[in-house]
Design a protein around this ligand. Structure first.
Ligand SMILES: Cc1cc2nc3c(=O)[nH]c(=O)nc-3n(C[C@H](O)[C@H](O)[C@H](O)COP(=O)(O)OP(=O)(O)OC[C@H]3O[C@@H](n4cnc5c(N)ncnc54)[C@H](O)[C@@H]3O)c2cc1C
Length: 386
């Protein structure tokens, strides 16, 4: 069980106990490293427990497709080993005009090149997959049956428990307040519960990443800003009525699916920020109701049970910053996931653990180079929805 007791020292300290920090601790502990996660509230309390469950390989560039292919392999492996639910129920992007179809044909070609079996399908085929869909305006759909969804609660808890089995320490209700640095080297961290000695720190605080970078005195510009994103859950409906994640850019950049409890969960691309405020808004409720019922008219009959908000920690190209920051030894960052960090976590854990333990990784981590902003080398916008 996570603890409030801070160890005196730890070879590696991860700041932030979201899915990224927890999967990384799991991976490092499994490799025999001494690792501690420090979380200011409770494990999962940041964006992780507020997320929309979605896990997809349908991206529009080679790096993200490769990384997500690996991530899905790991989601499969660990859900089986640890007994949490990861369902490959697919992602269905509804397309409404020729421009969208051309763009998705290009994306599908990249995905197929790396063995992700996405296909362009007809509106009728899409309706076979989700019979409740209104396909009157849909002209095609992009369908990958190997994408899926997992419960953020069960999966984070499973990675946390197993990280501890491998010897990782997870310290809750402890806030990192400052770094102890001597001659460009990290010696420890000051926290709300005292000092922990360490030489290696990973910033896995996503929406708070810039605050931690500032504490560490990092001069390199790594722009990551918190944006308020909202989500909704309805009363339960018949099981498996909406198996895949259904996406419509035309209707509000909406994404929706059904949880294992039967409720319809999802959101739209309505973004407020930069802000640390998390109050849900009426405008979101109205927008999400309009867009969701355009995609599936039967949702009109449903009651909305709850709305909530969480952060998208956004970068300028919607890709995270992952890597070693050279101006301070040994300081790493894995943050700025721009709305798709849950799905990436197992592969990111592997990449960062490789960097820490071997100094290199086979996964294309350069795409996420934290120095790209300063060099003015933004990547193509990652396919972000919601
Ligand atoms: C509405 C919504 C829907 C989403 N849907 C999806 C989806 O379908 N699929 C997907 O892949 N992603 C989705 N996301 C994004 C996903 O939630 C995030 O990318 C992911 O959870 C990021 O994980 P993380 O561990 O980096 O950050 P977090 O979970 O935010 O963890 C960071 C942790 O750092 C801690 N922390 C901060 N400062 C300190 C400090 N000084 N000391 C100690 N601890 C500190 C925080 O308390 C927090 O727990 C969604 C997000 C939202 C808001």
């Amino acid at each position: 069980m996570p603890t409030r007791k801070l160890p005196e020292k730890s070879q590696i300290v991860i700041i932030g106990g979201g899915i990224i920090g927890v999967t990384l601790a799991h991976e490092l502990a499994k490799r025999g490293e001494e690792v501690t996660v420090i979380e200011k509230r409770f494990i999962g309390s940041g964006s992780t427990f507020r997320c929309g469950t979605g896990i997809r390989q349908q991206f529009n560039d080679e790096a993200n497709v490769q990384v997500m292919k690996r991530s899905v392999e790991l989601w499969k492996k660990y859900s089986k080993e640890y007994g949490f639910s990861f369902k490959q129920t697919g992602y269905l992007f509804l397309l409404y005009d020729e421009g969208e179809v051309e763009e998705f044909k290009r994306n599908i070609a990249i995905q197929n090149r790396f063995g992700v079996p996405t296909r362009l399908i007809t509106p009728e085929e899409a309706k076979e997959i989700v019979p409740l869909l209104d396909i009157s305006e849909v002209i095609a759909a992009s369908w990958n049956p190997t994408d899926g969804k997992a419960s953020p609660f069960h999966s984070t808890a499973a990675f946390a428990l197993n990280a501890e089995k491998f010897g990782a320490k997870l310290v809750e209700y402890t806030e990192v307040k400052d770094f102890i640095i001597e001659k460009g080297e990290i010696k420890g961290l000051k926290t709300s519960r005292g000092v922990i000695k360490t030489g290696i720190v990973v910033n896995a605080t996503n929406a708070w990443a810039k605050l931690i970078n500032a504490m560490a005195g990092i001069k390199t510009s790594i722009p990551i800003e918190p944006y308020k994103h909202q989500a909704v859950i309805t009363q339960p409906i018949k099981r498996d009525a909406i198996k895949p994640m259904v996406i419509s850019f035309k209707y509000g950049h909406a994404y929706l699916t059904q949880t294992s409890h039967g409720g319809v969960v999802g959101g739209v691309g309505y973004e407020i920020g930069p802000t640390y405020d998390l109050t849900p808004t009426y405008e979101f409720m109205r927008g999400v109701s309009y867009y969701f019922t355009k995609i599936i008219p039967a949702l009109r009959e449903l009651l909305i049970l709850r709305t909530w908000a969480g952060y998208y920690a956004k970068t300028l190209d919607s890709n995270p910053a992952i890597g070693k920051i050279e101006e301070l030894s040994d300081y790493y960052i894995a943050a700025g996931f721009s709305g798709h960090g849950f799905m990436m976590a197992p592969a990111v854990a592997e990449m960062v653990a490789d960097l820490i333990t071997k100094g290199r990784t086979d996964l294309p981590v350069d795409w996420y180079d934290p120095y790209r902003f300063e060099r003015g080398e933004l990547r193509g916008q990652a396919l972000q929805m919601g």
